[in-house]
Design a protein around this ligand. Structure first.
Ligand code: NAP
Length: 284
């Protein structure tokens, strides 16, 4: 039977550390600010933005919210990003994805100044992550690494399998596991023999975006199973990429959805915002 990795508890611990550090920095008269930009009215994006604002309150940051209408043009959004780039009160800029189809996401990501890119999506920060010399953590993969650390399982030398190769999750996830000396396999929609590859994983990270995709035959006895997915099941209920109930007895450790990776992503965003403020004010 698996041990549940409680993402809410771990994220609370991380946020408490950040709150304490931010309070110390505040004593020097430094306010830490995060700008959150949302375009349109996607309900899931709204929930994510509200969670980020709430986390700012918890750790003592000031959040600046910009809610723009769906019909906002790419150049209008870039103008706002440029204004925030130059705003000294703003340490971090987060533009909630996905953006409406008429806006090129890469153009927006590239417009964010790398030292305020707290999502770590700018190519300059992605490059730093690739070579293992980075200030900003890729939020979701970094959250996953904290959850793995919580199990006490050492990544070094382990067979690690990541299902998914997105720029946001899969690729940086594989990189962080590699930096910790895991032997990493990245799987995707063209992978052949996926179930067999997964079944050899000591650490399995699912970032597929398909409800209950990972079934017990894909899980090695005692493996660490991390579920990044935020999906809806056949009844519209939130679930992950892992069939949690079916895999529970086989896994050694498992993250629930909700309450696993999700809260960690927000905590890592707070950590990046703190880092941005520290770098700007030469506090390292
Ligand atoms: P994405 O961009 O859609 O990528 C999904 C990946 O899964 C792709 O690389 C795709 O392969 C692969 N895939 C799809 N079908 C597959 C199959 N049948 N077999 C093997 N691989 C398959 O998604 P994402 O942005 O990485 O997000 C993944 C999931 O994580 C989603 O549920 C998302 O909501 C969730 N998420 C959660 C958080 C959080 O904080 N908890 C943060 C970000 C994302 P190809 O490249 O070949 O198409």
């Amino acid at each position: 039977m698996a041990q549940i990795i409680d993402g809410k508890a771990v994220s609370a611990k991380v946020k408490e550390q950040i709150r304490k550090e931010a309070a110390e920095i505040k004593k020097q008269g430094i306010e830490i600010g995060l700008a959150v930009v949302i375009v349109g009215s996607d309900p899931a994006s709204r929930v994510y933005v509200n969670n980020k604002k709430k986390a700012c309150e918890e750790v003592g940051f000031t959040s600046y919210e910009y809610t723009l209408p769906e019909e906002t043009t790419e150049s209008e959004l870039i103008s706002l990003v440029e204004k925030l780039n130059d705003d000294d009160k703003v340490n971090g800029i987060l533009v909630q994805l996905p953006l409406p189809e008429h806006i090129d996401e890469n153009a927006i990501i590239n417009a964010i100044r790398p030292d305020k890119d707290v999502d770590a999506f700018h190519p300059q920060n992605v490059g730093h992550i690739m070579i293992g010399d980075f200030n900003f953590l890729p939020c979701t993969p970094a959250g996953v690494m904290e959850l793995i650390a919580e199990t006490g399982v050492d990544v070094c030398g382990k067979n690690c399998v990541v299902i998914g190769r997105s720029n946001i999750v899969g690729k940086p996830m594989a990189m962080l596991l590699l930096h910790k000396h895991g032997t990493v396999t990245i799987c995707h929609s063209r992978t052949k023999g996926l179930a067999e590859i997964c079944a050899r994983a000591d650490i399995l990270v699912a970032a597929v975006g398909k409800p209950k995709f990972v079934t017990p035959d894909m899980v090695k006895e005692g493996a660490v199973v991390i579920d990044v997915g935020m999906d809806r099941d056949e009844n519209g209920k939130l679930c992950g990429d892992v069939d949690y109930a079916a895999c529970f007895d086989k896994a050694g450790y498992i993250t629930p959805v909700p309450g696993g990776v999700g809260p960690m992503t927000v905590a890592m965003l707070m950590r990046n915002t703190l880092t941005a403020a520290k770098i700007k004010n030469n506090i390292m």
